[in-house]
Design a protein around this ligand. Structure first.
Ligand SMILES: [Zn+2]
Length: 301
């Protein structure tokens, strides 16, 4: 209560009596004054300019302290992805729709030609796949950076279109990525739902030879199935592949990759329930964690 403060005497005299008494005693010793009635004198001594105790300048120490501490701290354990390179490949590009001629151009796909890129799918409500893939990728990037990885994104919505699928594969190759995940959401049958990892099938022709990535990519796909399901609660696909895995040889991004790579179809945007999830930022955050956890688990194998 405010009145209590007033009744106690308040102000500068309200400090504990023990402190006052100690100061008085100190002052008495300094001045030689009698203890009795020395309170006023002590106040003057302690508040006046002469009250400051003499401060002697520090003398230089003949043996300066060593700059390194004698007790060394234990080294921090390295982060899960320290020294690792991860490429995130968000499907499509928000600006593809303004450059249809360019993205329809045929480009190498691993023994055949295929359109450079596409505009992707969207929900019935008009939420586009390219917004979903970019948002999930940006969220996953943050998580992976925090885990110590170097993270490269094949596109961040800032370019005119693309890149084309063959270029996306080359970005992972040039980076010598430890893992690449292409992030998509499917435009499947409306009664189908769930997610799937698309893994590379062997391609061996004059234009492409992806044999070195088949086995590690299969492991990456298995990690995706396990950790994406755990993070999101999304069921495995009812219509893509089996047990959440669909091997493919028609995707340039897999055919031309020389580093472990999978695609993930995070959900089916043409299914009403999955579409609701895709438009929910909490689901996208969970999806990002699922993708990041998959990469961490794969790299640690
Ligand atoms: Zn897509």
């Amino acid at each position: 209560m405010p009145g209590d403060t007033d009744r106690s005497g308040g102000g500068r005299h309200a400090q504990p009596a023990s402190v006052d008494r100690r100061r008085v005693l100190q002052a008495s010793l300094i001045t030689g004054a009698a203890v009795a009635g020395a309170g006023v004198l002590a106040d003057k001594l302690l508040t006046g300019p002469e009250a400051a105790p003499p401060v002697s300048a520090p003398k230089p120490h003949p043996h300066p302290a060593p700059t390194t501490p004698s007790v060394t701290r234990p080294a921090r354990p390295p982060l899960a992805l320290s020294g690792k390179v991860v490429v995130l490949d968000p499907g499509h590009n928000p600006n593809n729709i303004y450059h249809l001629a360019q993205i329809d151009r045929l480009t190498p796909a691993g023994g055949f030609l295929k359109a450079c890129n596409t505009v992707g799918t969207e929900t019935d409500g008009g939420y586009p796949e390219y917004d979903f893939t970019l948002d999930v990728a940006r969220r996953a990037k943050k998580i992976l950076l925090a885990a110590g990885a170097k993270v490269i994104m094949t596109q961040n919505g800032h370019t005119a279109y693309g890149p084309c699928n063959d270029v996306r594969a080359r970005i992972g190759n040039r980076a010598h990525a430890d893992a690449v995940i292409a992030i998509h959401a499917d435009g499947g049958p409306p009664d189908g739902y769930g997610f799937a990892a698309l893994t590379p099938l062997l391609v061996d022709n004059a234009d492409a030879d992806n044999r070195i990535i088949i086995r590690p990519s299969a492991h990456l796909g298995e990690a995706v199935v396990r950790h994406y399901a755990a993070a999101t609660g999304e069921p495995i696909s009812t219509y893509l592949g089996a047990h959440g895995i669909q091997p493919r040889d028609d995707l340039a991004g897999l055919n031309l990759s020389l580093v472990p790579k999978v695609f993930i179809e995070c959900a089916n945007m043409r299914n009403a329930q999955d579409a609701l999830k895709c438009t929910d930022p909490h689901f996208r955050e969970a999806a990002a964690h699922g993708i990041a956890n998959s990469i961490i688990a794969f790299v640690r194998q």
